[in-house]
Design a protein around this ligand. Structure first.
Ligand SMILES: Cc1cc2nc3c(=O)[nH]c(=O)nc-3n(C[C@H](O)[C@H](O)[C@H](O)COP(=O)(O)OP(=O)(O)OC[C@H]3O[C@@H](n4cnc5c(N)ncnc54)[C@H](O)[C@@H]3O)c2cc1C
Ligand code: SF4
Length: 413
């Protein structure tokens, strides 16, 4: 039986997508287009939808985004395209993400082949990491005629698309489909291969014309007092286990305490409720007005029945008992739970890769993704900029274009 954890919200039908597209004002010099980090042009694809030209709409989406079906589901559109939408001044913004989902669902259903590999140019690139940044970089390079090998330490591709974002927001089947299209273009993914352990950076540098490091921030940060606490698990470990078990975790307790107030914390608490945990308490350092989580994710968690307490930080922990102190008022709380989950951000682990990582980011020159080694480039969450899927896509495309510029590929003839 499909559980709440596995059930994605329903998308538009042909009739309802037409109704939503009809609300679009088809603005001149559309502000929604300028506000997309990946430079997708919603005004153009919505116009195609209005003319029932779904293939044309899919072509517009795929121009700059190999992961259009994924971004349609997980992009924080309220921060990007929809925040700029002119229609918001009349009633509410156009549901750009929802229309993009309809178009890419039709693209998948009708097996449209929109992306094509370029004529081979005799050069090759190794990409370390198959998250969204690595996958987009691979796509752009394949379109320019490069041979591409992706080295991935896990058994599946996708990075946090596969091992982080919960199934009810991003079904694994969608990620698998997007990855398969990139494999069909010619990407060769070497699974279960950790660069720095199974293969050395020196090997890659000697075999390829360029190397891209797209390893993301794959390690959980912690709070020192929780480091060796046996009742504590990190958010990314819990979410990966929930996804891998398809929502059938064997060790689910009745009472879970979560610490953290960002979008990852909201994914943890909502997942716990969808899996049937009776009591979920989320203790958050920030006060409600300063919350890092998106309003949509916060509202979802509250609707699911999570108790969210703002403004408290942990001061002491003994096994499953945690004491918190309010940051501003004189108030102390002690909470006992069966399990504690820490959702206090992620950090980069570049062990064995011989690249410079400072303050959790690789310093790069001239916003062109070079590292100190002229053959090695960095992209995705490990470089400066927003840490979202759509930014990873933008940075993946840009690093590929920079490599093509440096190597003088066919586009530079
Ligand atoms: C729980 C969670 C929910 C999120 N929800 C959203 C959301 O709703 N919307 C949104 O826009 N963003 C979301 N994000 C952020 C988004 O997922 C990241 O910004 C994005 O995945 C970064 O892409 P990336 O390619 O840089 O890195 P990653 O996705 O982290 O991928 C890096 C890949 O590199 C591999 N790797 C690492 N080291 C090595 C090595 N030495 N050798 C070989 N392979 C290696 C890893 O296994 C991984 O597959 C979420 C993140 C998390 C954790
Ligand atoms: S800004 Fe809004 S109304 Fe204008 S073209 Fe974009 S989606 Fe349509």
């Amino acid at each position: 039986m499909t559980s709440k954890y596995q059930t994605e919200a329903k998308g538009y039908t042909m009739t309802t997508v037409m109704q939503e597209a009809a609300r679009c004002l088809l603005c001149e010099d559309a502000p929604c287009s300028k506000a997309c980090p990946a430079h997708t042009n919603p005004a153009k694809f919505i116009r195609s939808v209005r003319f029932r030209n779904i293939k044309g709409a899919a072509e517009t989406i795929r121009e700059n985004n190999a992961l259009g079906a994924i971004c349609a589901r997980v992009c924080p559109t309220e921060r990007y395209c929809e925040s700029a939408c002119t229609r918001a001044k009349i009633d509410h913004p156009i549901d750009i993400g929802g229309i993009q989902r309809y178009v890419t669902d039709m693209e998948r259903k009708d097996n449209m082949q929109i992306l094509h590999a370029g004529k081979p140019n005799g050069m090759s690139v190794a990409i370390i990491g198959s998250g969204p940044a690595g996958l987009q970089a691979a796509t752009t390079l394949l379109q320019k005629g490069y041979a591409v090998d992706i080295y991935e330490k896990n058994a599946k591709a996708g990075g946090y698309l596969t091992y982080g974002i919960p199934e009810y927001r991003l079904p694994e089947a969608i990620v698998e489909y997007e990855v398969q299209r990139i494999v069909n273009l010619g990407a060769n993914i070497k699974y279960n291969t950790t660069v720095g352990k199974d293969v050395t950076m020196a090997d890659l540098k000697s075999h390829y014309n360029a190397v891209i490091v797209a390893i993301g921030a794959s390690e959980a940060k912690t709070i020192p007092m929780f480091e060796y606490n046996i009742c504590t698990e990190s958010a990314i470990s819990f979410l990966a286990r929930a996804k891998e078990s398809e929502g059938h975790l064997a060790d689910l307790p009745d009472n879970v305490l979560v610490i953290g107030g960002g979008d990852v914390a909201m994914d943890v608490v909502t997942t716990l409720k969808k899996l049937g945990v009776a009591h979920v308490t989320d203790m958050v350092y920030e006060e409600f007005a300063e919350f890092k989580a998106s309003k949509k994710e916060l509202a979802g968690a509250q609707q699911a029945g999570v108790t969210i307490v703002d403004g408290y930080e942990p001061t002491d922990v003994h096994e499953n008992k945690v004491t918190f102190k309010h940051r501003k008022i004189d108030s102390e709380l002690t909470i006992t739970a069966d399990k504690i989950i820490l959702a206090v951000s992620q950090k980069v682990n570049a062990a064995g890769l011989d690249i410079d990582v400072q303050h959790n980011e690789v310093p790069f020159r001239e916003a062109r993704f070079h590292t100190k080694d002229p053959k090695v480039f960095a992209t995705g969450d490990i470089v400066k900029g927003d840490k979202t899927v759509v930014y990873a896509v933008q940075k993946g495309k840009k690093v590929a274009e920079e490599i093509d510029r440096v190597l003088g590929g066919q586009d530079n003839d």
